[in-house]
Design a protein around this ligand. Structure first.
Ligand SMILES: NC(=O)c1ccc[n+]([C@@H]2O[C@H](COP(=O)([O-])OP(=O)(O)OC[C@H]3O[C@@H](n4cnc5c(N)ncnc54)[C@H](O)[C@@H]3O)[C@@H](O)[C@H]2O)c1
Length: 263
């Protein structure tokens, strides 16, 4: 008996990194999953990995832009139809852009807030009626260590993640009596599309000494290369626990998964 047999789960950001690893972990534990993303190539890679694991029959790929209201309305409706209901939502879709705050354009600020914060809200709003039809359901939102610990040049990203944390606490109280749990994970130093490309977004005159506090204390899979990044599966396993009955008494909080960086 798998822990997530019979669970129906929508995962955004399913084409890469932590979202992809989460899809594969949820499938491995028995869930039926709709994996949504804006990146069709990445979604196909996720499908191939699921196929290698013999679990692709329980995975449906969905093209959905979480920053676009009509795309989310249509996408969640399609996911509900595919899964015939919904037990959990995992909002992993996100983007990171970095800049000196005094040089950040309003367009860049709005883009980050739209995808990360408003996108999470839109998916939650559209999924809530279906989630509340169950006596037990869960929302796992993606915060970041940047929501509570200083990360240079990432004011917009940090603000979006802080907003997600605050929204998640509100959801936990508002719907808790109806059996809905709302939890955040707050990853840090996980190898993914975001961390592979962060360097390219940082200002060319970045003060690298400001990043000295952002190093895990635990050994990571890529320590030998000096990258100090962990595999996305370290987050996926925590998400699987949170949507399962093992997380039944966890709500309105965040779980930091950063190798002890901010211990
Ligand atoms: N990697 C880390 O160390 C780290 C740390 C803190 C938080 N996070 C969060 O983890 C989540 C997953 O990111 P990741 O690190 O795996 O990066 P990633 O870039 O590998 O994955 C992000 C995914 O989100 C998708 N996406 C972006 N915009 C979208 C949109 N508008 N609609 C739908 N999908 C969209 C991308 O196509 C991509 O597949 C993000 O919310 C990120 O902020 C990651």
């Amino acid at each position: 008996m798998n822990r997530l047999d019979g669970h129906r789960i929508l995962v955004t950001g399913a084409a890469s990194g932590i979202g992809q690893a989460t899809v594969l972990r949820l499938l491995a534990e028995g869930a039926a999953v709709v994996g949504a993303d804006i990146a069709p190539d990445g979604l196909e890679k996720t499908r191939l990995k699921a196929q290698e694991a013999g679990a692709d029959a329980r995975l449906t790929a969905l093209l959905m832009d979480v920053g676009d209201e009509s795309s989310v309305v249509d996408g969640v409706k399609s996911a509900l139809k595919t899964l015939d209901g919904l037990d959990s939502v995992v909002n992993a879709a996100g983007i990171l852009r970095a800049a000196h705050t005094h040089e950040m354009s309003l367009a860049a600020w709005n883009q980050i807030l739209t995808v990360n914060l408003t996108g999470t809200f839109l998916v939650v709003r559209e999924a809530l009626p279906a989630l509340l039809r169950n006596s037990r359901s869960a929302i796992v939102n993606f915060s970041s260590t940047s929501a509570t610990f200083a990360h240079p040049y990432m004011a917009a990203y940090a603000a979006s993640k802080g907003g997600i944390q605050a929204m998640t606490h509100a959801l936990a109280l508002e719907y808790g009596r109806q059996g809905l749990r709302a939890v955040c994970v707050a990853p840090g130093s996980i190898k993914s599309g975001i961390t592979d490309t962060t360097g390219g977004y940082l200002p060319s005159d970045s003060d690298w000494s400001l990043f000295g506090r952002l190093t895990p204390i635990l050994p990571t899979s890529l320590e030998a290369s000096g990258a100090g990044m962990a595999d996305p599966s370290v987050v996926a396993g925590v998400v699987a626990m949170l949507v399962s009955d093992d997380g039944a008494f966890i709500s309105g909080t965040e779980i930091r998964i950063d190798g002890g960086t901010h211990a």
